[in-house]
Design a protein around this ligand. Structure first.
Ligand code: BTN
Length: 269
């Protein structure tokens, strides 16, 4: 079944009670990348908290230079502009992951988890991803948080796609038809709320991130700088990365920039 709902500014704004995020919302039919649009608006500093949505991206970007693919009208594709923030990129990434996981869980009533560093998973399959970009302008740290949540995709869409890991959508996992405007509103609400927490008490957001982690307490195999390591995941540190109790002995941290998860043994979600 082809689902033809539309993202709509009034519908997203209906009942939206955020302090700073989504005070201005833009919805594009098509753009190259919502992250690019958000950056274009960064010259006007009153655009702090701007939320950009699109039905379609011609050049959606993922992490590590990957493409982010989505058919027209099937996802929530969102970028939030954050200007002159005191938080580090790592803390903002964690904050966005917690917000996206919570919004996805609340909306879908499924148990969404965070797979380090910032993939949002339901039942072991990726349902959403986060791409944080940063720029320094005259000593001020500006960020765009890009979030893509799969909503209406059906299994056929993922078959044959060149995916790094199994993927899914909310419609598949929750056996529903996602109201993307409601999900978008929940996402903005969660980002607003979690940012306030992160800026007031970073330890609290780090703890929330740990609670959403699908890896802590599980056996993980990863590749770091061409070498493979295995061990029990005993923690995650926002700046230093995944902490493994190595099978070969010792404890070691693996940073996100140089690490790929090869395999992890986890419970279902
Ligand atoms: C990943 O898991 O690789 C991150 C994917 C991030 C995709 C979103 S969709 C909205 C925003 N615009 C982009 O071009 N990318 C992000």
């Amino acid at each position: 079944m082809k689902i033809t709902d539309r993202l709509d500014i009034d519908a997203i704004e209906a009942g939206l009670k955020t302090k700073s995020i989504g005070k201005k919302i833009l919805v594009y039919k098509s753009t190259l990348s919502t992250n690019d649009v958000a950056w274009e608006y960064s010259g006007n500093r009153t655009n702090n908290g701007l939320a950009v949505f699109a039905e379609h991206q011609e050049a959606g970007r993922g992490r590590l230079g990957n493409k982010w693919l989505s058919q027209n009208g099937q996802s929530v594709l969102c970028s939030i502009l954050l200007l002159d923030r005191k938080c580090s990129a790592e803390l903002l990434t964690i904050t966005a992951a917690v917000a996206a996981a919570q919004a996805t869980s609340t909306y879908s009533k499924q148990n969404a988890r965070i797979k380090w560093p910032n993939d949002i998973m339901i039942n072991g399959r990726k349902v959403a991803g986060i791409l944080l970009e940063s720029r320094n302008r005259n000593g001020k740290n500006d960020y765009v948080i890009g979030i893509g949540i799969n909503c209406h995709q059906q299994p056929d869409f993922f078959k044959g796609a060149d995916l790094q890991q199994p993927a899914t959508s909310i419609d598949i996992e929750a056996d529903t038809i996602t109201d993307r405007n409601s999900l978008a509103r929940e996402l903005l609400t969660q980002i607003d709320r979690r940012l306030i927490i992160a800026e007031e008490n970073s330890e609290q957001i780090i703890n929330q991130w740990r609670q959403f982690s699908s890896q802590i307490g599980h056996f993980v195999t990863l590749r770091y700088n061409q070498r493979q390591f295995s061990g029990n995941c005993i923690g995650v540190d926002p700046a230093k990365g995944l902490i493994l109790q190595l099978s070969s002995g010792g404890v070691r941290m693996f940073d996100a920039a140089h690490t790929t998860i090869v395999k992890q043994v986890v419970s279902k979600s």
